[in-house]
Write a protein that binds this ligand. Structure first.
Ligand code: URA
Ligand code: CA
Length: 433
């Protein structure tokens, strides 16, 4: 087989076989296929797309380019959740203890990564003592005993994705649905879950700005998962504004604690119940979404969800007292309010701009080597559809710097206050199974 012939075949709109796709991925990882040919191929895929079968073959080839995790020593159906990313997305912190409290095993391998706030691991480390540096055996033992554990990623998963993603980044080929879908799904499949629930975000703060694109990405990923033997479903949710109120590591831990107590923001709570109920159903613990949702609401109401968070934290050396009293979380030295300059109704909040405002306080990493300040971040007191009066606080800034002018300007730029009545956007647009 020659790479040039396969580029030509895709360029002309023909369908590639599994053997051909495997040849491309294997050759690329081994450096037999150079970047320039892979660039041309990616561009051909960008314009021609891929069939569902080709997308599944591509995903499978990427999965097998590196190590895969075997979770078979853990009892039950392991369900993983993946979000395509947004601002202030606190769902993982809530969902891990919540679904574990009703018996769904959550074996989470997580990273730190770049972004507006840290990743799940950084957030958990806001709990004093919490450690993800546990051995594989401890990890498996903890999931069997407590139904939940989080471990830092050590294995070399999907090297083909790392190489291909970097190439796509500089060749204007990131935004291709089959390439995004195979990239995301390969990482989920390699990390060993039996079933996967996807939270595909849409709106100004999301990767997929348009609803139709989000739906097509969700449909493609669900098809890939199911074709490769993992039950997969997707929820398409709103990211036209940040989710919940808190954006920042310790602030989001506090928000998760409140949500597990039934006192969290409504949008975050509702999305966690929706995603969580799909997880419970895929794990075979409930017959349908309604039954699953009732189980989860029950666990919040009777306190078992919060107790489970304590157990989870304590088992990984975190101070469980913090969960009983979130005021013991790291705190910023300075608090400022961003006050409304006029009366009106919040009609828009540009999520990515707000995210950047949190990042410049130190809540997230701009580069791999940036240090995160776990205490800092933002709390949104007003969301789309809320009435405000002049002088009322739109956002509270938690900072360790005394000068927050830049941050404050960004927040003003991201809020639009109108005089017309505006209603809150829908939270969930669609569910794809
Ligand atoms: N996230 C990924 O992991 N891969 C993509 O291609 C795009 C977003
Ligand atoms: Ca949040």
């Amino acid at each position: 087989m020659r790479m040039v012939d396969l580029i030509e075949k895709k360029r002309d709109g023909h369908e590639l076989t599994q053997e051909e796709i495997t040849f491309i991925i294997d050759g690329y990882v081994k450096d037999d296929i150079p970047d320039y040919q892979m660039s041309a191929f990616s561009m051909a895929v960008f314009f021609r797309g891929m069939t569902d079968e080709e997308s599944a073959f591509l995903t499978d080839a990427i999965v097998h380019s590196g190590e895969t995790i075997d979770l078979s020593a853990i009892d039950g159906i392991k369900v993983d959740k993946h979000s395509t990313g947004g601002v202030g997305d606190t769902t993982t912190l809530v969902l891990a203890p919540l679904v574990a409290s009703v018996g769904v095993p959550v074996a989470k391998m997580s990273g730190r990564g770049l972004g507006h706030t840290g990743g799940t691991i950084d957030k958990l480390e806001a709990i004093p003592g919490f450690s993800v540096e546990i051995t594989n055996d401890t990890f498996i033992d903890l999931v069997n005993r407590n139904k939940v554990a989080v471990i830092g990623q050590t294995a070399d998963l999907t090297p083909a994705d790392k190489k291909l993603y970097s190439l796509r980044d500089v060749t204007a080929t990131v935004n291709s649905i089959p390439l995004i879908a195979s990239s995301i799904m390969s990482k989920k499949l390699a990390s060993g879950a039996d079933a996967i629930v996807l939270d595909v975000k849409t709106g100004s703060g999301a990767f997929m700005k348009k609803l139709d694109d989000a739906k097509e990405l969700a449909r493609t990923m669900v098809k890939i998962g199911n074709d490769l033997g993992r039950s997969t479903s997707a929820v398409i949710s709103d990211m036209s504004q940040p989710l919940g109120q808190a954006i920042g590591n310790a602030l989001e831990v506090k928000e998760a604690i409140l949500t597990l107590k039934g006192e969290g923001p409504k949008d975050l709570t509702d999305l966690c119940l929706a995603l969580g109920s799909h997880m419970v159903v895929l794990a075979g613990k409930a017959k349908d979404d309604e039954e699953a949702k009732e189980m989860l609401k029950g666990a919040i109401k009777d306190g078992s969800a919060l107790e489970h968070f304590k157990l989870f934290a304590k088992s990984q050396h975190g101070d469980p007292e913090v969960i009983a009293d979130p005021d013991k979380l790291p705190k910023a030295n300075f608090i400022f309010d961003v006050k409304a300059k006029a009366d009106g109704i919040v009609s828009a909040i540009t999520a990515d701009k707000i995210g950047t405002a949190a990042m410049i306080l130190g809540a997230g990493r701009a580069t791999k080597t940036s240090e995160i300040d776990l205490a800092v971040g933002l709390v949104l007191n007003k969301k789309i559809g809320d009435h405000v009066t002049k002088g009322e606080s739109l956002v509270t800034i938690h900072s360790n710097q005394e000068n927050v002018d830049d941050c404050m300007n960004r927040i003003y730029e991201s809020y639009t206050i109108s005089t017309d009545e505006v209603s809150a956007p829908p939270l969930i647009y669609d569910v794809i199974k």
